[in-house]
Design a protein around this ligand. Structure first.
Ligand code: NDP
Ligand code: OXD
Length: 312
């Protein structure tokens, strides 16, 4: 039996689509009449504290999100394998966001917007893409898709990950020891890391001060599409105001929704989106998770299982 426990999405719609995809396999929702001991799979997003109560026969936890940081902090998380969402549709959506914001900052959008507001005609030429270095933190599923889409645009690319990566056309840096060298050549810093104890607060004043200063006019730029816990918002506000950073694109925040009182809202060089960089699409998600259940029921191993000791 599959139990759905989804918050902030249309759970009824997902349940209907999963029932269609899984045929005879029983699919239940909270509030339905079922025996929790019969549940073999639970499909979760932002599970409540009691979500796993009584699930004594659980074989796997299926995460609607690609990021599992919040799930791993659940106080009553059972010791079952966690399968996270990995999908070409999700990767495409994230890369759409990354490409849009990298391109916008490379073409000095903030500067020309200010000129327009001032009715000023001033021919200031942005650099060629090949003269601009995009540094991506996190070279997993999403980071690799992002570089594959930025490469044809001609950007100079570098990556930073925990273990070394050899990707054609991307200069790879790995581990804490190489972080400063990675930053020193980066004009546009893109964060696609998972949130773990090691990566918490990594977007801070110290990091910003190490980015390349003589590249992009107006100063280096950060783009965070991963988790709010990666960023120190007080440091970002300060850096955007004192010129340490030229601009920031932020899709995620320390507290979501971003509070009304946040000093980031009015900053003209801060581009805020409400955690919409990439959504787990229902059609793709149903295809992915129903196939995982079918394969697992047929004796095949689970895929994209989270490594709990690494935290992602
Ligand atoms: P992956 O697990 O596939 O990739 C993670 C990458 O980060 C890997 O390259 C890994 O290194 C690297 N990494 C992990 N820890 C460290 C560290 N301490 N130092 C350096 N590098 C490190 O994740 P995804 O690409 O699938 O997703 C990334 C994140 O994106 C998710 O965790 C989620 O938080 C976020 N996300 C946000 C969305 C949004 O709408 N805003 C939507 C979807 C995801 P290595 O390769 O060596 O293991
Ligand atoms: C995710 C997200 O992790 O939407 O998938 O943030």
């Amino acid at each position: 039996m599959l139990l759905l426990h989804l918050s902030d999405v249309d759970e009824a719609s997902w349940a209907g689509a999963l029932r269609t995809a899984l045929g005879d396999y029983p699919v239940v929702r909270r509030g339905d009449d079922f025996d929790p001991a019969e549940v073999r799979y639970i499909f979760v997003w932002k599970p409540q504290p009691h979500a796993f109560d009584g699930l004594t026969g659980l074989k796997a936890i299926l995460s609607l999100g690609a990021g599992v940081d919040a799930l791993l902090r659940h106080p009553a998380l059972p010791d079952a394998p966690i399968v996270r969402f990995v999908d070409t549709d999700l990767s495409q959506r994230m890369s759409d966001y990354v490409v849009a914001h990298v391109t916008m900052h490379h073409r000095l959008y903030s500067r020309f917007r200010a000129y327009q507001n001032a009715r000023r005609w001033h021919q200031f030429y942005p650099p060629a893409a090949s003269e601009t270095t995009v540094g991506i933190m996190g070279m997993g599923v999403l980071g690799q898709d992002a570089v594959s889409r930025l490469k044809p645009l001609g950007f100079d690319l570098r990556s930073w990950s925990r273990t070394p990566k050899a990707i054609d056309g991307v200069r790879g840096f790995a581990g804490a020891d190489s972080f400063d060298t990675f930053l020193a050549g980066t004009d546009i810093l893109v964060n696609l890391l998972p949130l773990t104890p090691e990566t918490t607060g990594i977007l801070n004043s110290d990091t910003f001060s190490k980015l390349r200063r003589d590249g992009l006019d107006g100063g280096p730029v950060i783009i965070n599409a991963a988790r709010g816990g990666h960023q120190r918002e007080a440091d970002i506000g300060k850096a955007l105001t004192d010129g340490t950073l030229g601009a920031a694109s932020l899709d995620v925040f320390e507290i979501e929704p971003l509070p009304d009182a946040s000093p980031l809202w009015p900053l003209e060089n801060c581009y805020i989106t409400p955690h919409v960089a990439a959504i787990s699409d229902e059609k793709s998600g149903v295809r992915y998770f129903s196939q995982i259940i079918k394969n697992h029921q047929a004796g095949e191993p689970l895929i994209n299982v989270v490594d709990r000791t690494r935290g992602y």
